[in-house]
Design a protein around this ligand. Structure first.
Ligand SMILES: Cc1cc2nc3c(=O)[nH]c(=O)nc-3n(C[C@H](O)[C@H](O)[C@H](O)COP(=O)(O)OP(=O)(O)OC[C@H]3O[C@@H](n4cnc5c(N)ncnc54)[C@H](O)[C@@H]3O)c2cc1C
Length: 267
């Protein structure tokens, strides 16, 4: 459509918005990535554990489980291709009481149905080789889980986006969206509080914690499409004590909780 300023507008330059824009090269019209902060990844994408998850906890047959499995391979390949730091440090889910061991078998079963093939139950002697300072009765071990440098990942995705023709617009907040013929009119406010607008054929809502608000601008009020907030706290281990942990260590998830429990990650 000749009248449209942009083919696709991606709202949000977190890891999701950047990954989408990097995957959209060669659009005839520009792809805009609109980000309210002065640069990429200033919100949830720079406040997480940087773990490449294996896809074990998601419901069997779910899209999330399928994408997690595919994404894990792709993200490691992307890291190798672009020289981004990653480490397959492995992940242990440990039991401290024998009563919890049945739960390990259930997680193992679910992970296998999800297509995660590298998980196995290990005993005390092998746990001691992997994590000498962990006291556990048994553990479920996923050797291909790992960590990545999420900042380098986002910078590379941004570079690929720009090479592919995307235009990064930082310091501009989407404050309204109107449906127009064959597309949308997007209202922005920049860092100097100046207002401007443009038209776009398609919108990708990658606004993270604000995704519900953006959906609201588009008139999407589906109760299945709302944000559930989930907060984590991080505590650093210093004074050389970080040497006591080699990889990712998780407890067996407690019943009736949504989180993964208090766990270690390495930086
Ligand atoms: C404590 C914690 C630990 C986690 N650990 C892991 C982990 O180990 N491994 C893992 O894979 N995932 C982890 N996650 C999840 C992961 O961090 C998120 O799924 C991911 O960062 C979401 O990226 P995003 O791009 O959707 O959102 P965000 O990073 O929040 O990006 C959204 C962007 O949209 C912008 N934006 C919002 N509204 C507007 C607007 N109106 N106009 C313009 N821009 C706007 C924001 O400024 C922001 O930059 C964790 C999450 C938490 C909270």
């Amino acid at each position: 459509d000749k009248k449209m300023d942009a083919e696709v507008t991606i709202i949000g330059a977190g890891v999701i918005g950047l990954a989408v824009s990097a995957a959209l090269p060669g659009c005839k019209k520009p792809v805009f990535v609109i980000e309210r902060n002065h640069t990429l990844g200033q919100e949830t994408s720079s406040r997480n554990s940087e773990v490449v998850h294996s896809g074990i906890h998601y419901p069997n047959g779910s899209l999330k489980g399928k994408l997690c499995l595919e994404g894990k391979e792709k993200i490691y390949d992307y890291c190798i291709k672009n020289d981004i730091f990653y480490r397959k440090c492995g992940k242990l889910i440990v039991t401290t009481k024998t009563e919890e061991e049945q739960k390990l078998l259930e997680i193992l079963k679910r992970s296998r149905i999800n297509g995660v093939t590298d998980g196995r139950i290990i005993e005390r002697d092998e746990i001691a080789e992997i994590e000498p300072y962990v006291k556990a009765t048994r553990a479920l071990y996923f050797p291909t889980s790992g960590i990545i440098d999420s900042h380098s990942l986002m910078k590379q995705l941004e570079a690929d986006s720009v090479i592919g023709g995307s235009q990064m617009v930082y310091g501009a907040e989407v404050v309204g969206i109107k449906k127009i013929k064959d597309g949308y009119r997007v209202d922005l406010i920049d860092a100097d509080k100046e207002k401007f607008d443009f038209s776009t054929k398609k919108i990708v809502n990658a606004a993270g914690l604000e995704a519900g608000k953006i959906a609201g601008y588009l008139g999407i009020n589906d109760p299945d499409y709302r944000v559930y907030y989930w907060k984590g706290e991080y505590f650093g281990v210093g004074n050389g004590k970080n040497k006591y942990v080699n990889g990712l260590i998780y407890p067996v998830p407690e019943p009736n909780t949504v989180g993964l429990g208090i766990h270690t990650t390495i930086d």
